[in-house]
Design a protein around this ligand. Structure first.
Ligand code: ZN
Length: 134
C-alpha cells in the first residue's frame, strides 16, 4: 500500500533533514548540495537524530514583531551529535537553567501565527533539554 503524499511531506517537515557526503561521509546541515569538507557534490538526503548539545547561547528579552508572545527566549548554537552546528530557539527550559554542554533534542513547535487573514500557522523546530540525561 502506498503511503499518501501528505504523509510523506509531513514526515520531511518534522524531521531534521540534511545531506550526507558520499565521498567522505560528512554530515551536512543545512543541505547545500556541496560537501564543506571535501567540496564534492553531496545530494544524498540524511535524517539527523535531532540530538546534540549546547555550544553557546544567548537570551533575547525583546522579540522582533510577530514573536512578541515568546519573549524572553533563548537562542542556542547547537552542535548536533552527527557534527554540524545549527542555531535554534530553546523551549521548555528556563534561561537560568541553560548551560554550555547541556544535552538537547529537537521538538516541533508552533513558531508564529500569521493571524486570521490566511489562518496560516508556521511550524518549525526548536530544541529542549534532553530528558533522562544529566
Ligand atoms: Zn565530503
Amino acid at each position: 500500500m502506498e503511503i499518501p503524499r501528505h504523509w510523506r511531506l509531513k514526515k520531511q517537515r518534522y524531521a531534521l533533514m540534511g545531506e550526507v557526503c558520499p565521498h567522505c561521509d560528512a554530515k551536512i546541515f543545512p543541505p547545500r548540495d556541496v560537501c564543506p569538507e571535501c567540496h564534492h557534490e553531496a545530494k544524498e538526503l540524511f535524517q539527523f537524530s535531532g540530538k546534540g548539545e549546547i555550544y553557546s547561547y544567548t537570551t533575547i528579552y525583546e522579540a522582533p514583531s510577530g514573536f512578541d508572545s515568546n519573549a524572553p527566549y533563548t537562542v542556542a548554537l547547537i552542535k548536533l551529535n552527527e557534527g554540524p552546528m545549527l542555531t535554534a530557539q530553546l523551549t521548555d527550559v528556563e534561561a537560568a537553567q541553560v548551560q554550555i554542554g547541556m544535552p538537547v533534542e529537537m521538538v516541533t513547535r508552533k513558531m508564529r501565527d500569521d493571524g486570521d487573514e490566511r489562518g496560516m500557522i508556521v511550524y518549525g523546530y526548536k530544541f529542549r533539554k534532553r530528558v533522562g540525561v544529566t
